[in-house]
Design a protein around this ligand. Sequence first.
Ligand code: FES
Length: 100
Amino acid sequence: MAKIIFRTNAGDTTVEAKNGETLLEVAERSGVSIFGGCGGAGVCGSCHVFIDQAFVDKLPVPTNEEQDLLEILPNGKVNSRLACQVKVSDILDGMVVSVP
Ligand code: FES
């Protein structure tokens, strides 16, 4: 379990997330507005989020497929990830996920 804080224009939403859930799944069941255009298949880039800098190095590195998509996002940054490709674990407790 980990507390994930989703930051949107509407404010912060703190959610208890289970290990193994993706950030997209957590957001969808919590009413946080992240669009998963390809249903979490990792091929559309619509679930782009920015990860709290303090947690970037705690995440597994992106797969080549995710990295390829991140590199073509118009507003991509070094802390960009796809919410459908990041799985929750205890080590992510307190992580802020900003929705562009
Ligand atoms: S939902 Fe399409 S890449 Fe994440």
